[in-house]
Design a protein around this ligand. Structure first.
Ligand code: UGA
Length: 454
C-alpha cells in the first residue's frame, strides 16, 4: 500500500486533501506554480482562512509529512499517485476553462516519461463529462510516451468538500466516488481510500465520465434546492402571515426532501455553485439538450440579491445619500472568500443608487478592499457598522451577527430598519423594537407599531 502521494494545485481542494493525508501518516508532496504560496505552506501558513487548517497544516509540516514546492515537478517521481487539483474556472460564456488542467496533465506526463514503475494519476478537479478520458488521457499519453492502463493508471475522483468545513469534510465524507479507466486504476485508488477511511465510508466505483457527472449533478441539485426555496420565499413575501422558514422546516422533516440546503436568502455564491451550474448548462447545450431547469436555477439566483435592494428602496424611497450598513461580505460564514459573494451585486447596486455603503465582516474585509477599494467604508466591528445607518442588510450569517439584539440596532442606527437576508433573527422579537423585514417573510397586516418607530 503506497504512502507516497503528490498533489498538483494547492487551492482549497488541493491543500485540504494534502493536509488530510499528511496528518493521517501519508508522505505528501504538494506542487504549485506560485513560490510565495509554497513558502507560506512550508511555514505552516495556509494562503486562505479555513477553520482548523492552520493547526493541522503546522502539524503536518512539523512532522515533515507535507512539503510544498514550486516549479519542481520532479518530486512526482518520488511518489506513486498524483492528484490533480488544478482550478477549472469559467470562461466568459460560462463554459469550463481547461487551459490550466491541460497544462498540469502535460507537466505530469512529461515527468512520467522518466518513471519506470506504474503510476496512478487521479483527477480531483471538477471537469465536464468526457474530459478525463477524451482530453486529459491523450495529453498524458503523448507527453509521457506511455500507455494508459499499461504504464500508468487514470481515475476521476470528484471532491465534495465545503469551504468553511474543508478539513472536516475531507476527513469525514458522506461518500467517495472513484471513476476508473480500468480495474487496476480503480483498485489502486480504492485500496488507498480503504486504508485512509476504514470500512465505514461508502466508496462507489464508476466510469470516468459518470464520476464527472456525479460532481456536477450534486452541485446543480443543491443549487436548485436553494433556488427552489428562494422561489417559495419570494411568493411567501406576497402573502400576509406566511413565513418561508416554517415552510422549509416542515418540508425538511419529510425524509424524501431533507432539511439541508433549504435556507432561503439572497442566493448562492462561492467558487463552485455559480460556476458549475453555468458549466453544466453550457455542456448540456453542447451535447444537444436545453437544460430549462438549470437555467431557471441560475436566473432565480441572479435576481435574488436585487430583492433586498428593492426592499431597501421600498422602505427608504430614494437611496441617494442614504447610509446603508452591510453585515457580512464573505460568500458564506467561516471563510474570507468573496468569489461570487452576494454582497458584491448588492453593494454595486446600492452604490449605483447613490447610497453610502459601510460594511463589516469578521474576516473578509481585506478581500473586500481589493474589490471595492475606497468606494465604500470599512467598519471595525458590527456595532461600528450600524452607527447612524438608515438601513442595515444582513448578508452573511456569521455567528457573531446572530448574537446582536434588536436593542443593538435600535440604539446605534439612525433609523432602526433591518433587512434580514439570511433569516437569522426572530421576526417576533425584532419586530417589537425595530422595523424588521426579511426574505420570505410575508407582511403582517402592515406592522404599524414598527412604522411609528421609523
Ligand atoms: C459546495 C458544495 O456544498 C460542496 O459539496 C462542493 O464540494 C463544493 O461546492 C465544490 O464544488 O467545491 P461551498 O461552495 O464551499 O460547497 O459552500 P456551500 O456550503 O455549499 O454554500 C454555497 C452557497 O450556497 C453559499 O453562498 C451559501 O450561503 C448558499 N446556501 C447554502 C444557501 O443560500 N442556502 C442554503 O440552504 C445553503
Amino acid at each position: 500500500m503506497t504512502k507516497r502521494l503528490s498533489i498538483v494545485g494547492i487551492g482549497y481542494v488541493g491543500l485540504s486533501t494534502a493536509v488530510g493525508f499528511a496528518i493521517k501518516g501519508y508522505q505528501v508532496h504538494a506542487l504549485t506554480h506560485n513560490s510565495e504560496k509554497a513558502q507560506k505552506i512550508n511555514q505552516g501558513i495556509p494562503p486562505f482562512h479555513e477553520p482548523d487548517l492552520q493547526k493541522n497544516l503546522q502539524e503536518a509540516v512539523n512532522k515533515k509529512m507535507l512539503k510544498c514546492t514550486a516549479k519542481d515537478a520532479d518530486m512526482i517521481l518520488n511518489t506513486d499517485i498524483t492528484f490533480i487539483a488544478t482550478g477549472t474556472p469559467s470562461k466568459s460564456d460560462g463554459s469550463i476553462e481547461l487551459k490550466y488542467i491541460k497544462e498540469t496533465a502535460k507537466e505530469i506526463g512529461t515527468k512520467l516519461r522518466k518513471k519506470q514503475s506504474y503510476h496512478l494519476v487521479v483527477v480531483k478537479s471538477t471537469v465536464v463529462p468526457g474530459t478525463t478520458e477524451r482530453i486529459l488521457k491523450p495529453i498524458i499519453e503523448k507527453s509521457s510516451g506511455k500507455q494508459c492502463g499499461k504504464d500508468f493508471g487514470l481515475c476521476m475522483n470528484p471532491e465534495f468538500l465545503r469551504q468553511g468545513a474543508a478539513l472536516q469534510d475531507t476527513l469525514n465524507p458522506d461518500r467517495v466516488v472513484i471513476g476508473e479507466f480500468d480495474k487496476r486504476s480503480g483498485e489502486t485508488l480504492f485500496n488507498l481510500y480503504r486504508d485512509f477511511y476504514g470500512s465505514d465510508t461508502p466508496i462507489l466505483r464508476t466510469s470516468l465520465s459518470t464520476a464527472e457527472m456525479i460532481k456536477y449533478a450534486s452541485n446543480a441539485f443543491l443549487a436548485t434546492k436553494i433556488s427552489f426555496i428562494n422561489t417559495i420565499a419570494n411568493i411567501c413575501e406576497q402573502v400576509p402571515n406566511v413565513d418561508v422558514k416554517k415552510v422549509a422546516e416542515a418540508m425538511g422533516l419529510d425524509k424524501r426532501i431533507g432539511k439541508a440546503f433549504l435556507n432561503a436568502g439572497i442566493g448562492y455564491g462561492g467558487s463552485c455553485f455559480p460556476k458549475d451550474v453555468k458549466a453544466l448548462i453550457a455542456f448540456s447545450e453542447e451535447v444537444g439538450y436545453e437544460p430549462i431547469l438549470l437555467k431557471s436555477t441560475e436566473t432565480v439566483n441572479q435576481a435574488q440579491p436585487n430583492r433586498v435592494v428593492q426592499l431597501c428602496k421600498n422602505l427608504l424611497g430614494d437611496l441617494n445619500g442614504k447610509s446603508i450598513a452591510i453585515l457580512g461580505l464573505a460568500f458564506k460564514p467561516e471563510t474570507d472568500d468573496m468569489r461570487e459573494a452576494r454582497a458584491i451585486p448588492i453593494i454595486n447596486k446600492l452604490l449605483q443608487e447613490g447610497a453610502k455603503v459601510i460594511v463589516y465582516d469578521p474576516v473578509a474585509i481585506p478581500t473586500a478592499r481589493t474589490i471595492f477599494k475606497e468606494k465604500i467604508r470599512y467598519a471595525v466591528s458590527a456595532i461600528d457598522c450600524l452607527k447612524n445607518a438608515d438601513c442595515c442588510i444582513l448578508v452573511t450569517e456569521w455567528d457573531e451577527f446572530k448574537n446582536l439584539t434588536s436593542e443593538d440596532f435600535r440604539k446605534n442606527m439612525k433609523k432602526p430598519i433591518l433587512i434580514d437576508g439570511r433569516r437569522i433573527y426572530n421576526p417576533e422579537k425584532f419586530s417589537q423594537k425595530i422595523f424588521f423585514k426579511a426574505i420570505g417573510l410575508g407582511n403582517k397586516s402592515e406592522n404599524t407599531r414598527a412604522k411609528e418607530l421609523v
